[in-house]
Design a protein around this ligand. Structure first.
Ligand SMILES: Nc1ncnc2c1ncn2[C@@H]1O[C@H](COP(=O)(O)OP(=O)(O)OP(=O)(O)O)[C@@H](O)[C@H]1O
Length: 228
């Protein structure tokens, strides 16, 4: 469960990106975060994996209060959270296999378990036959599938996606959505910031709209609600 209570975020330059947010998200939900450019969506998302620290308020994720967390506790929090970005952020010199295995190597899994689990997630995203490729040899959609495999390899309870289809063509975007829906069906909470009206209005989920750092709409099976 995720609970935000009276959360504010003001950046060092004085810009207040989050302006008093209260929200709860239950385990297993699929939530779209929508809103105009500069509304605070990325900041909202970054607060959830302690990429940013709130200026005020509490953020409790799986019984840990992120507002009070020490820096040395952050790696443990992040083991439970997978993150996927618009620009994939794969390590360019490592193979697909190595990019995904990396997350398990840092938590000192046995080589046998690493191999089994990496091949399992690559199979899940349909890329078992490209394990030895490097990111440059893959299409955008394939790179995003590697990034998703990397994000879920640790069995996180929460998967955060910041515009995961932003760099992809429509057909590839639907493929990515099918994979995210499958991951959600196995119990993982998904929080996805998006500018895709098509996706939000077709694959109906909870929609939280943010404007000016505030939640202005929160609907189950909601609509995108903006023209672009
Ligand atoms: N690191 C930062 N330092 C200072 N200001 C920032 C920083 N990151 C974001 N902002 C500002 O905070 C506000 C919210 O930005 P944010 O990136 O959260 O919006 P967004 O809704 O994700 O926008 P977009 O849809 O364009 O990605 C904007 O005014 C932005 O300029």
């Amino acid at each position: 469960m995720i609970a935000m209570e009276n959360v504010y975020k003001t950046y060092p330059n004085g810009v207040t990106a989050i302006n008093g947010i209260d929200v709860t998200i239950d385990q297993g939900e699929f939530v779209y975060i929508v809103g105009p450019s500069g509304a605070g969506k990325s900041t909202f998302i970054k607060l959830m994996f302690r990429e940013e620290v709130p200026t005020k308020g509490n953020i409790v994720i799986n019984n840990r209060n992120l507002a009070k967390m020490k820096w040395k506790e952050v790696p443990l929090l992040r083991r439970d959270i997978g993150v996927v970005y618009q620009d994939f952020k794969l390590l360019p010199k490592l193979t697909v296999y190595e990019n995904v295995a990396f997350a398990l190597e840092v938590i000192e899994e046995t080589p046998r378990n690493i191999r089994r689990r990496v091949m399992q997630v690559l199979d899940q995203v349909g890329l078992k036959n490209k394990a030895r490729f490097i990111p440059d040899e893959l299409s955008g959609g394939e790179q995003q599938r590697v990034a998703i495999a990397r994000a879920i390899v640790n069995h996180p309870k929460l998967l955060i996606a910041d515009e995961p289809t932003g760099n992809l063509d429509p057909e590839t975007s639907w493929e990515i959505m099918r994979i995210l829906e499958e991951i959600n069906a196995s119990g993982t909470t998904i929080i996805m910031a998006t500018h895709s009206k098509e996706i939000v209005n077709t694959i109906k989920k909870r929609v939280i709209a943010i404007e000016g750092g505030l939640i202005v709409r929160d609907e189950h099976r909601g609509e995108y609600g903006y023209e672009i």
